[in-house]
Design a protein around this ligand. Sequence first.
Ligand code: SAH
Length: 229
Amino acid sequence: MSFRATILTLYPEMFPGPLGVSLSGDALARGIWSLDARNIRDHGIGRHRNVDDTPAGGGPGMVIRCDVLAAALDAAEEPGESRPRLLMSPRGRPLTQARVRDLAAGPGVTIVCGRFEGVDERVIAGRDLEEISIGDYVLSGGEMAAMVLLDACIRLMPGVMGKEASGTEESFEGNLLEYPHYTRPREWEGRAIPEVLLNGNHAAMARWRREEAERITRERRPDLLSDRR
Ligand code: SAH
């Protein structure tokens, strides 16, 4: 069963965009995942297909209407749908590798991409949207955030990366950042590859990698170490 991604956006032409190349593009062509990018405007109001209006209570910008977005969501889903409905939002819970793994193992996602000031609060509750943020900064729309989330999920799907690169030693596994990598040449501008990686002692190499991962995490992201289970 392949992973189905339905995207609700005002700019469906942005998809697949970068997801159409490399690992995710090959996986799309091979049917490991599928993409259905739909225009929220198809459910807009009136001749001009309006999707947004001014915020109740005043203030800058425009807000996507709850009735329009709900109609777009309802039309995009099949009866008995079990995929989570996500709303890309700077107010959301920050996306983590654990959540990515969880989503990648499921049937797929429906993702709402906001624009302007965001969406009417009532559709978040009324359609049970899970708000997800990709970081503490503000984008102009949810499309690139949705691509980030999908890219992270797709690379974990069986058959997308080579078996040996299954991601079990990567950053955030066990709440550690990854150890440093080296490749040829053996010496470059006076910098050598650490001897421990060249002498074939696998236990020593594993220990070194572990220690480096811990050192780098301590230096850069001590918050990860305090979260460790
Ligand atoms: N007024 C909103 C920001 C709206 S930005 C606020 O202050 O919270 C417009 C849209 O971009 C949002 O609806 C959301 O879909 C998307 N977006 C912006 N920043 C994001 C982030 N960090 N993570 C996920 N989506 C984001």
